[in-house]
Design a protein around this ligand. Structure first.
Ligand code: SF4
Length: 349
């Protein structure tokens, strides 16, 4: 049998594989601790596992799914990582230090099918989904970049790709990242961002309690939203908000609506008022995201004054609305800028 990518396996999958090899189930806990808590992927260094089992595992499993090909450091401490995949494809992620927080933005697909007009990933089309192991391994590889005593505190699924378009692998990755004998990320520390695949949202049920949900809205009327996000033709705003209303949330939890401000497109006071009316009935908050201009995307950044005026309309409607700090702009790692010569494109909603 060809070796199996170890990080693709949930705990239950791993226990089954181990049973077929005549290994005890406690080995699953040992392997998870080595891989995800101690950051060790070399079986010969797993000192509480017998030499015989180490050798068996080395034949049966591939411990790494991806590798870091290149990194770029921003003046503000943000680091962009280019990852290589086993089939020669590549994708990107971003490590964002912010006080005591260390957030990793992970990709879920190579490319994307959704075609959002403000996003550079859309330009490359969809190449393939990432496996659960390729998603989980982004956390492992990025963790290795950190100094002693420092760890990734938050994972946001906002890199290349639409997470709900690769739902099975994203669910599996969330499960693996949440194990107490692994990274142990709680639902508060994982955020999944979607462009609004209503059919997938409707099917999530209580799974939405496993992470925080962010919805990339970007317009308060269907005409503008369909122009910016083709997904709106399939799932217009009314259907999207109806799905958001049905989402199972924990106490005091809210859906985040992301809104990229584009000069003269969706940033007027009438847009702000329409947005306030739309989301006022929901348990929701708004992240306003300044657009990062790039040569090949024909939108402009909203001015500071207009941004604040937009925010004020939402605050006056008693909504929580933050203007999100854009990090890593000098290395093209900020929202909407993720891009590399190697992949030829990149996102960050
Ligand atoms: S913004 Fe997200 S969903 Fe839209 S094209 Fe880019 S990666 Fe895909």
């Amino acid at each position: 049998m060809p070796p199996v990518f170890l990080k693709d396996l949930t705990r239950e999958d791993l226990i089954k594989q181990l049973a077929q090899m005549g290994e005890k189930r406690f080995r699953a806990t040992q392997l998870f601790k080595w891989l995800y808590q101690k950051g060790v992927a070399d079986f010969s260094r797993m000192s509480d596992i017998s030499r015989l089992s180490q050798e068996r595992f080395a034949l049966a499993f591939l411990p790494d799914s991806i590798r870091v090909l290149k990194t770029q450091q921003s003046r503000d401490g943000t680091e962009k990582l280019l990852y290589g995949l086993h089939d020669g494809q590549s994708m990107e992620g971003v490590l964002i230090p912010d006080g005591r927080r260390m957030t990793l933005c992970v990709s879920t697909q190579v490319g994307c099918k959704m075609g959002c007009a403000f996003c550079r990933t859309a330009r490359m089309g969809w190449i393939r989904d990432l496996t659960a192991g390729e998603i989980v391994d982004q956390v492992c590889q990025a963790s290795k970049r950190l100094g002693r005593g420092s760890r990734i505190t938050n994972v946001v699924f906002m890199g290349m790709g639409e997470p709900l378009d690769n739902l099975d692998n994203v669910r599996k990755a969330i499960e693996i990242l949440g194990y107490p004998e692994g990274f142990s990320f709680s639902h508060r520390r994982m955020t999944v961002s979607t462009c609004g695949l209503v059919d997938k949202l409707n099917g999530l049920g209580s799974w939405t309690k496993r992470f925080r949900l962010a919805v990339s809205l970007n317009a308060a009327d269907n005409e503008t939203r369909s122009r910016l996000m083709p997904v709106n033709q399939r799932f217009p705003i009314e259907k999207l908000l109806a799905a958001c209303r049905k989402i199972t949330l924990r106490n005091r939890e809210r859906v985040t609506f992301e809104y990229i401000l584009l000069k003269g497109v969706n940033d007027g006071l009438k847009d702000a008022k329409a947005l306030a009316r739309l989301i006022a009935p929901l348990k929701a908050k708004v992240n306003l995201i300044p657009f990062n201009e790039t040569e090949d995307i024909p939108f402009k950044r909203t001015g500071e004054k207009e941004m604040l005026a937009f925010q004020e309309v939402l605050l006056n409607a008693h909504l929580t609305a933050m203007i999100r700090d854009s990090r890593g702009r000098d290395i093209s790692a900020a929202c909407g800028q993720l891009s590399s010569e190697e992949t030829g494109s990149g996102p960050l909603r």
